[in-house]
Design a protein. Sequence first.
Length: 291
Amino acid sequence: MAEAAAKIAEEVLFPAAAAVDRSDRVPAGHLDLLADAGFYDRAGDDLPEVVEILASGCLATTFVWIQHLSPLFTAGAALRGRRAGIAYAGLAPGSDLHVQGGRLSGHVPWVTGWDLIDVVQVAVREGDQIRYYLLDAVAGPTLEAELQELVAVQASRTVSLTFDGHPVPEELLVHTEDYEPWSQKNASGSSLNGFLSLGLVRRVSRLLDGAFDDELTACRALLADQERTPQARAAASALAWKAAGALVTRTGSGGIRAGETAQRLAREAAFLLVFASRPSIRTELYRRMTS
Ligand SMILES: Cc1cc2nc3c(=O)[nH]c(=O)nc-3n(C[C@H](O)[C@H](O)[C@H](O)COP(=O)(O)OP(=O)(O)OC[C@H]3O[C@@H](n4cnc5c(N)ncnc54)[C@H](O)[C@@H]3O)c2cc1C
């Protein structure tokens, strides 16, 4: 799959990345290409490499696609070929998201891919369980979607959702799991998301004659160590930030012009400092950046 990803990244995604950055949505054709290559149907052992390669082409496109992977594992056949996004931020402490009498109410601050996805997998905590519902990604009287204005990956169409008595019949329930073990695992964050940062570093390194190749290799190895995910995620974000800065510096003043790769990657590196973070990652990243 890595080979197919490389072809798409080099021939289609990277050449279009500046235009996508300026547009309000990832082209449907990009996502169709990923679907044609099977990336919406299966995830192989080389998934981290695929994520890194695709992200080196276009972060916004990869960001929309990567949301689908969690439902691919949890909802599986229930997806029936539909493209999915996720709404998990309602699991964060203090969330008002809840189900009562088969109706969902509350706020989810971040959902990527609105208008580019068919369904959204919403995670709701109910007592000591998490319940995942697969809902049509369509706004209506009981579901309001508000587009977030971002300085990077705006084309990912990231929205906040507000549910107001939205029906969630039992047939839309696709998965359940216990909250406690999930919460312990969740506290470290996902190592896969670290490969989005490495995609950016991969691109910079290519543009700077391999300047970051050694650090890239070391960071990949760190992300493979499941015992050290917060440290690895922090290292990946910090490396992306450093690499983007190096590219701006080497490019010179022209790099800060709208449409230039250097400034786009710098904005994307800022996004990668915070996206899918967790307190453990943030603490480690902040320590690195202030020492
Ligand atoms: C542009 C953008 C797009 C995003 N798109 C999506 C999306 O499509 N779907 C989605 O679910 N999330 C999405 N997120 C949210 C993201 O996964 C993280 O939740 C968020 O980046 C962490 O935010 P924070 O730094 O404010 O939280 P922190 O201050 O790090 O966390 C506060 C508390 O909430 C918990 N927490 C934070 N986020 C989550 C979460 N997602 N699940 C469970 N617990 C959590 C933490 O463990 C901690 O206890 C997006 C974020 C951004 C910036």
